[in-house]
Design a protein around this ligand. Structure first.
Ligand code: FMN
Length: 759
């Protein structure tokens, strides 16, 4: 069996001697990886011999071999390096490298991806850059820091940055007169090889698909002189606008569209800033009803509730077990919805049994921090078939393939895998298409109008249009290919074009006895709490995340591959002494998962310390997870904050907006004006931060006893508001005299262990 997950480097022979570039990325969810691929293509067009790989796929010594190295990394956790860059980072930080100037021959540039709502904005890129410079590396171009919070997300910074970078590369590494850069309208050579097995021949003749031309000219096959029919002229006139709407069966009237356009013009979109200070709600007397940039309505999701589910359950994906390294086979023994059927969100508790050998157990026992279970979703057969039909791949879809090289993360038995198998198990055909993907499609249609529309999406200056067509409605790759019916991708290019399905990591939500004691046959129980991503987008199309759809219909009895690993956090209960420390836990939504595991783990120890749990959810009746379980723990007090149960909060527990709009900011007793502002600001809201202030004396009492403090749940405002409330509680309970002291006290690890996991 040839597992093909490791061979990811894309290289092509150098056209010009002595020009080589490595693009090394660290990426959790694929954004940095996409940018690295784009930069790699840019370098290939400038005739650099190019290698694109994750940082951990590279040795430090290899880095010195390239003329140029571009680092692209996102930041994860709390200012942490992504997992696939950790090994590289650890190597780089070795003490013995200090003062050696060992990277003096390295010329590099760095682009970071981050989100400025996090305190440690772009820290991974900043740390990496500082260390590279410390070790003598030379930065040949200014660093770039992309921010998810910008109107067009990372692209707002990335696109101009990459254009300037290209200019710098051209200036620093001029091509000989006889060599020209490869123009954008000429396809690059394929990176991965996918061929039919020599013995197999299609049952019917292969479809005639426009394949990438080998000469640098692109044919425009549409007859320019042919008279255009009325609808064709309309089509051309509206171009991308019609593309954006073309799949809506009942397009809005002009008046409706004008209203919608007006509304959009007047809404700050993404609506983060409007939400951040509550200005929209105050000015309009109604909630923000635009989507955030991921199109996920965190504030008012019920507006986009899906209609009651249709009784038809699609044929589920085949249960083939892929050769994924370092994984175990897990049996699904439970898959239950834990929220009521009329609640807006389907949250599931999935229970797995995993057989572990004594060696596995030993490895797992060395895992520090909370445990994470990674699962690899699959595509549904009907989606795969639709793509096969759209691309005219019917004749080859079930023939055995010869796969000589493939991207990292494609786990496939190389002998005899079929295209249908790859599309089902490995390629993310329902992902939102990235710019790189759309750019490549231009080469695979002969329809001039389609070419024009596709080019328009990728042209600099059209980011908003691209965003409106792809991310905003979360259009899938299949939908895009439906819109552009003339696009016929040769099957050989499938590995080059489609993104790879990534494993999705979930916090394990059980701990203690289940994880320590096997059932019969050395089977251990692991549970996760998964909030399924299902909503309607701005264009009212129902959407489901790939993994959500997969988990929703994952039948009991199915075997799946899972990876068990540790979260980035510290070990919280690794000894009886640790278990005796007090715990202040704050969780919202499914952020309760790792906290429950910690509470269960502590309960195994005699004399487990006192625990205060502040849990934020919407309604007592809908999403107060594990409600019946909490009374079983003797040292646990739970304060649930039901944000939608119309509980009027105690004015003493809320505070007025500070200049950042992030909530409380007081260091002494509240004055009447503060109270009035506070009540108006937070009227009818009941969040965890309010309860922390309300129970400040109890919080303070535990704070005095060297507690563990955990915050888990939604990213964005929650962690900031919670931190402020904890600082306030320190002042109110008299642990410290004022806010400045509270800041210092809270940041001192001698006073507490702090762990935060937000997403
Ligand atoms: C769990 C989580 C933690 C994050 N932590 C940070 C952070 O500490 N600082 C930051 O600037 N961005 C942070 N981000 C934002 C990511 O860096 C950003 O979304 C980036 O585009 C992700 O790129 P990737 O898909 O390559 O990992 C975090 C995102 C997630 C989901």
């Amino acid at each position: 069996m040839g597992e093909a997950g490791g061979s990811s480097r894309d290289t092509q022979p150098p056209s010009v001697e002595g020009r080589s570039m490595a693009v090394l990325y660290g990426s959790e969810t694929g954004n940095a990886e996409d940018i690295a691929a784009e930069l790699g293509n840019m370098a290939r067009r400038l005739h650099f011999q190019t290698t694109v790989d994750e940082m951990d796929g590279f040795k430090l010594a290899d880095v010195l071999r390239a003329s140029l190295v571009i680092f692209v990394t996102s930041t994860t956790g709390q200012g942490d390096m992504p997992k696939n860059a950790l090994k590289f980072w650890r190597n780089l930080r070795r003490e013995k490298l200090n003062n050696t100037n060992c990277l003096r021959s390295l010329r590099f540039a760095i682009f970071g991806l981050g989100d400025s709502s996090y305190l440690k904005f772009n820290w991974a890129a900043r740390k990496l850059r500082a260390r590279l410079l410390q070790l003598g590396a030379i930065e040949f171009f200014r660093p770039g820091e992309g921010d998810e919070r910008h109107d067009n997300g990372i692209d707002s910074i990335y696109l101009p940055w990459s254009q300037e970078l290209k200019a710098a590369m051209v200036a620093d590494y001029p091509l000989p007169d006889s060599v020209r850069p490869i123009p954008d309208d000429v396809p690059l050579a394929p990176k991965y090889s996918l061929e039919l097995m020599p013995s197999s021949s299609p049952t019917s003749s292969l479809p005639s698909t426009p394949s990438a031309p080998s000469t640098p000219t692109v044919r425009m096959d549409v007859d320019e002189a042919a008279p255009r029919a009325e609808d064709e002229r309309m089509f051309l006139a509206s171009r991308t606008k019609s593309a954006a709407r073309s799949h809506i069966s009942n397009p809005p009237s002009a008046a409706e569209q004008a209203r919608e356009d007006w509304r959009r013009l007047n809404v700050t979109f993404p609506a983060h800033s409007a939400r951040a200070d509550g200005s929209w709600e105050r000015a309009n007397g109604r909630p923000v009803d635009s989507l955030d940039k991921d199109n996920i309505l965190t504030d008012h999701p019920e507006k986009y509730l899906l209609e009651p589910e249709s009784p038809r359950i699609p044929a589920t994906p085949p249960a083939d077990l892929l050769p994924i390294p370092d994984t175990k086979v897990a049996m699904v023994v439970g898959n239950d919805r834990v929220t009521p059927p009329d609640h807006w969100q389907d949250v599931r508790r999935l229970v797995f049994h995993v057989q572990l050998t004594p060696r596995d157990r030993q490895v797992l026992s060395q895992i520090s921090g909370e445990m994470v279970l990674t699962i690899w979703p699959k595509n549904y057969p009907e989606d795969v078939q639709e793509l096969i039909t759209l691309m005219d791949w019917g004749a080859v879809a079930d023939l055995p393939l010869e796969i000589k090289s493939c991207p990292r993360g494609v786990f496939v038995d190389r002998s005899g895998a079929t295209l249908r198998h790859l599309l089902t198990h490995n390629l993310d055909i329902t992902a939102v298409p990235k710019r790189n993907f759309i750019r490549e499609l231009i080469f695979f249609t002969n329809d001039k109008r389609e070419k024009e529309r596709l080019m328009e999406f990728t042209r600099a200056g059209n980011e908003q249009e691209f965003y409106d067509y792809t991310c905003r409605p979360r259009r899938t790759i299949i939908e895009l290919l439906r819109d552009f019916a003339g696009v016929k991708i040769p099957f050989r290019r499938a590995l080059d074009l489609f993104p790879v399905i990534r494993g999705r990591a979930y916090s394990v939500c059980n701990g203690g006895i289940d994880l320590k004691t096997p059932r019969e046959d050395d089977r251990f129980t692991f549970e996760i709490l998964a909030a399924l991503v299902e909503y309607k987008t701005i264009i009212r199309k129902p959407r489901q995340g790939l993994c959500s759809r997969y988990l929703k219909h994952l039948a009991v009895g199915t075997e799946v591959r899972v990876k068990l690993s540790s979260s980035s956090g510290p070990a919280l209960v690794d000894s009886p002494a640790e278990a005796r420390r007090p715990l202040i836990a704050i969780a919202t939504g499914t952020g309760i998962a790792p906290i429950r595991a910690v509470i269960q783990e502590r309960a195994q120890h005699r004399g487990a310390g006192d625990t205060l749990l502040f849990f934020g959810c919407r309604n007592r009746s809908a999403d107060f997870y594990f409600e019946r379980e909490w009374p079983l723990y003797p040292n646990l007090i739970v304060y649930p904050a039901f944000s939608r149960d119309n509980i009027v909060p105690d004015p003493r527990t809320v505070a007025g907006p500070d200049q950042n709009g992030t909530g409380a900011d007081f260091s002494g007793p509240l004055r009447p004006d503060d109270i009035l502002a506070a009540v108006q600001y937070d009227a009818n809201k009941n969040y965890v931060q309010h309860l922390i202030r309300k129970h400040a004396e109890e919080v303070g009492a535990l704070m005095r006893r060297h507690p563990i403090v955990c915050v888990c749940g939604n990213a964005g405002r929650m962690p900031i508001s919670v931190r402020r409330a904890l600082l306030d509680a320190l002042v109110i309970s008299g642990v410290v005299a004022n806010k400045d002291e509270a800041e210092k006290w809270f940041s001192n690890p001698e006073n507490l262990t702090f762990w935060q996991e937000v997403w």
